[in-house]
Design a protein. Sequence first.
Length: 177
Amino acid sequence: MKQKKIQPIGRLALLFFLALSAGCTSIRTMTYSPITATVSPTLHPTIKVEQAISPPHALLVTATKPGRIEFVNIDLPLPQGTAAPKVTGVEVCYQIETSNPGSTYIRQTRLTAMTTPNQAPIIMEDPTDRTALGPTCYLINNLSLSPHGSVVLGLGVVFGSTDDKILIGGITLMFGQ
């Protein structure tokens, strides 16, 4: 059987393909599942988090006692390497189920970064109340963050009733140079 020679244009296409598959393209977004979330440690937590039954990839947040802000923390692993991209935005998708609109909501959105275990500085904080019943998503953009170490999304939630629910869906980080 006679082997075909790769033409110069074919070589160029092959090199381009190899470069793409070797990771030479930049990551523009990463979407995360919320089901690895934890509740911020407090002496008397008033919320609980668990994987939702429907849809099964959402996070269900409920209250054992209404009224005060508590934080749900979600780990967001970042692309690693010497040229790690800047975080330029974050999108959070959620749904609120309540009989009293406005009483249960996301009160704060924050990102923290941690390298050593004795500190986790807040690198972004947005105090906008997110009260839409949804399902909906909100976007915080125009960021220029260069976090080092691990990054955690913190959602400060407030519940008006123990019957209310907040479902957290996909979380997307946007990257740029």
